[in-house]
Design a protein around this ligand. Structure first.
Ligand SMILES: *Cc1c(COP(=O)(O)O)cnc(C)c1O
Length: 377
């Protein structure tokens, strides 16, 4: 056929050094190409169970209710919010960037009264601020905080948070979308009650799943609900019957929605790669690459915005005289490198360079430094 449309889409390969997605290893892409199975096929249930088991390892948790929500990181955020909150509940939400702001919006849409604890973008939230918020709002059912604020590059310390929050009878909810697989994260040891993440940041898997995990306290809160979860799709009381084979012993798998089969293969392979490297080695690699990039950027006179910087996301001020859009366009067109623009109040003021998962390498660090040097000259 003379005018037959081209059937193949073959994009130019990019070096993904923005706020996500991160580069995906060939092994993961190949795993996705395996034959699609039925979502109740024993072969599929086995790989899904193994994926959940590996997620527990990577999250360092024994929580039985640990599974990948269908959807990206935002689906995990909504899943945690809609299941833990009922209309009229109170919640304390830490807001120091885009993702805390979104969490506030999501929780308000659940009908909760949200009390924001705020810090300047780029700063982190202190234990004193949480204490004051809990004093002022003793009915708060939960406190949520972003471990890795991708919009500002701030790394939130979590030591002492769970003890404080639990002493007031509240739950600790953590957004770990940009920390899982790149930063130290210990769900059980740190007393985190509910957590969500994403696949396309430090796990180096395509976007499409959101790992979540709920501990005993969170389960008790969900079991004590007086009203139905307002989202049918994200209702954990139904989802758990599929992902964990029912709450009770011998419970069967019940169809809820069709699991994204080939995305599960991808996550399974990505987690296999994480565990082959080893969690400690992976965290250390991210730390080393961060130090290498930071030293290079600072030697060029570029400044980091956050005081406590993430290793997975480097947020720097755009130097005076540089044209934000033009620099990013030249990096993309001449070097194939994608970096991120500033968001919200940092739009036009910051660049965000991601060193996530498979992308956190000496090659990428030295390449982005050389490219930036050339483009800024
Ligand atoms: C990326 C990100 C999200 C949202 O994830 P999506 O996959 O874009 O839906 C939430 N929180 C943080 C901290 C993120 O970096």
């Amino acid at each position: 056929m003379e005018n037959a449309p081209a059937s193949a889409f073959i994009p130019h390969e990019r070096i993904l050094m923005g706020p996500g997605p991160s580069p995906v290893p060939q092994r993961v892409l190949r795993a996705m190409a395996a034959p699609t199975l039925g979502h109740l096929d024993p072969q599929y249930l086995a790989i899904m169970d193994h994926t959940c088991a590996m997620l527990r390892e990577v999250l360092r948790t024994k929580n039985a209710l640990t599974f990948p929500v269908s959807g990206t990181g935002m689906a995990g955020m909504e899943c945690v919010a809609v299941n833990l909150l009922e209309r009229g509940d109170e919640a304390i939400v830490c807001v120091n960037g885009v993702f805390g702001t979104r969490m506030k919006d999501v929780m308000e849409r659940c009908g909760a009264t949200v009390h924001a604890v705020e810090a300047t973008w780029g700063d982190v939230i202190s234990l004193e601020q949480i204490t004051a918020a809990l004093d002022a709002h003793p009915r708060a059912k939960l406190v949520t905080i972003v471990h890795a604020e991708t919009s500002t590059g701030a790394h939130q310390p979590l030591a002492g948070f769970a003890e404080l929050v639990h002493s007031r009878g509240a739950l600790l909810v953590v957004d770990a979308v940009t920390s899982l697989g790149g930063h130290e994260l210990r769900v059980d040891e740190w007393g985190i009650d509910a957590i969500f993440s994403g696949t396309q940041k430090c796990l180096s898997c395509p976007p499409g799943l959101s790992p979540v995990s709920f501990g005993e306290r969170a389960l008790a809160v969900m079991d004590a609900r007086k009203t139905k979860v307002q989202s049918w799709y994200l209702d954990v009381s139904m989802l758990r019957k599929y992902y964990t084979g029912g709450a009770g012993a011998g419970g069967g798998r019940v169809y809820h929605h069709t699991a994204p089969i080939n995305m599960t293969y991808a996550l399974h392979e990505a987690l296999t790669i994480v565990l082959e490297e080893g969690l400690d080695a992976r965290v250390e690699r991210h730390a080393q690459m961060y130090r290498r990039l930071r030293a290079g950027l600072e030697a060029m006179g570029l400044c980091y915005i956050p005081k406590h910087s993430l290793h997975s996301l480097n947020c720097i001020s755009i130097p005076a005289g540089a044209d934000d859009a033009k620099v990013r366009r030249r990096l993309l067109e001449e070097y194939g490198i994608e970096i991120g623009a500033g968001l919200g109040p940092m739009a036009g003021k910051a660049w965000r360079i991601g060193l996530m998962g498979h992308g956190s390498t000496v090659r990428n660090v030295d390449l982005v430094l050389a490219a930036l040097k050339a483009v800024l000259a």
